[in-house]
Write a protein that binds this ligand. Structure first.
Ligand SMILES: *[C@@H]1O[C@H](CO)[C@@H](O)[C@H](O)[C@H]1NC(C)=O
Ligand SMILES: *[C@@H]1O[C@H](CO)[C@@H](O)[C@H](O)[C@H]1NC(C)=O
Length: 179
């Protein structure tokens, strides 16, 4: 075989591999979005495709890990954001106490997600499901606190929306792995 033929073959094989893994992500996001109204297809694809492991995913199980790891790093950046918000000396005491709770909630969520990833790797899907659901509840609990007092606006609504959705994606993917 001449070398240009070999390189064409290699090129086409690589092309097929990359097309296939793009399919894994968009197929999985499509299925997740179809089954759960909380999941938006575009959010799912755009959030996960940035991770190189999503590009090389050969099945939805690989994407579960990507989704959980994305949520873990999200929980820690939300934690840093809360620390920054708390440094404002002029905060209303009610908002300050909500933010302090939220800081703990997102930190607990991060450790639950770590447990969820381990459980998933051990194929203990029941535990993975319940700890990831708990992480999801943490962001809602945080958000709810701000709603309890009239006139108070949560500074973390956007964070709840993305964190909540990321966890919904992990749960949907775990569900698909079991099918
Ligand atoms: C959390 O993740 C979402 C989706 O990737 C992103 O839009 C948001 O900015 C992240 N939040 C933080 C605080 O990093
Ligand atoms: C958190 O975000 C999710 C997803 O957007 C939303 O369904 C949920 O109601 C929010 N939680 C609260 C308490 O607002």
């Amino acid at each position: 075989m001449n070398s240009s033929l070999v390189s064409s073959i290699v090129f086409f094989c690589l092309l097929i591999v990359s097309v296939r893994s793009a399919d894994v992500l968009s197929d999985s996001c499509g299925e997740a979005a179809k089954d759960d109204p909380n999941i938006k297809f575009d959010f799912c694809v755009s959030t996960l495709e940035g991770n190189p492991k999503a590009k090389s995913a050969t099945g939805v199980a690989d994407l579960v890990k990507v989704a959980i790891e994305t949520a873990i790093s999200n929980s820690s950046s939300i934690g840093s954001l809360i620390t920054k918000l708390l440094s404002d000396k002029g905060l209303e005491p009610y908002v300050r106490s909500c933010l302090q709770d939220c800081s703990e909630l997102y930190s607990d969520a991060g450790s639950n997600l770590g447990k969820g990833e381990q459980a998933f790797e051990g194929k203990d899907y029941g535990t993975a499901n319940s700890v990831i659901s708990a992480a999801m509840d943490s962001s809602s609990t945080c958000e709810d606190q701000f709603k309890e007092k009239k006139g108070v606006v949560s500074p973390l609504t956007k964070e709840n929306n993305s964190f909540f959705q990321l966890n919904a994606i992990s749960l949907a993917f775990i569900n698909m792995v079991q099918k």
